[in-house]
Write a new protein. Structure first.
Length: 196
């Protein structure tokens, strides 16, 4: 579809890496269900208390369903900022996912997502970024940022009311499909025919 390809092109990603949904809230909920295959009772998930409930809630519910431990990367109460040192203390071998906002809708800060992704990747941890408050001010450079998942809403960027979700191919291969079984086979055929 032309609109989907246009959005993929504008983000510098492959159309196969792009999901369009009803909203960012719905995309995060769907992604959280899809993560049940990589999160279990021995896992930990990190969220921040600077995030919107639309992001935090999906991961809270995932932890309740799977028995995983939810860890909260708390802001500095004096500045409302996230301290990277506090994140490093939270990051453990058991940390399966980190879910955080690119930019706070409370204080407007652009968070150190690049460093979080780098530290998490070394730890074997997946990172999902909420870009809803960032994308209206600066278009995300997904190839440079290289998150595992990135979500934002087009109605916040002067578009229609829908959510955009990027997931990289490696991360998707670990997820439990939230669609008809044959869609996964169809995607593999598309990717195989497109070459490496």
């Amino acid at each position: 579809d032309a609109g989907r390809q246009m959005m993929a092109d504008s983000l510098g990603i492959q159309a196969a890496d792009l999901t369009l949904g009803a909203s960012t809230t719905q995309n995060f909920n769907t992604l959280a269900y899809a993560c049940e295959g990589i999160v279990n009772a021995k896992s930990e998930v990190i969220v921040t208390d600077q995030d919107h409930e639309a992001n935090i809630g999906a991961w809270e519910r995932l932890c309740k369903r799977t028995g995983a431990t939810l860890r909260v990367w708390q802001i500095n109460p004096d500045t409302a900022e996230l301290d990277l040192n506090n994140f490093e203390a939270l990051l453990k071998p058991e940390t399966a996912l980190v879910c955080m906002t690119h930019s706070s809708n409370i204080v407007g800060t652009v968070n150190p997502v690049e460093q979080v992704i780098e530290l998490s990747r070394k730890n074997g941890t997946r990172v999902a970024i909420d870009g809803v408050s960032y994308a209206p001010h600066m278009w995300p450079d997904l190839p440079a940022l290289s998150p595992d998942a990135y979500c934002f809403s087009t109605y916040k960027t002067y578009g229609t009311h829908m959510g955009v979700m990027y997931t990289n191919k490696e991360f998707r291969s670990e997820l439990t499909p939230q669609c008809h079984y044959f869609n996964q086979s169809y995607e593999h055929k598309i990717l195989d025919s497109a070459g490496p």
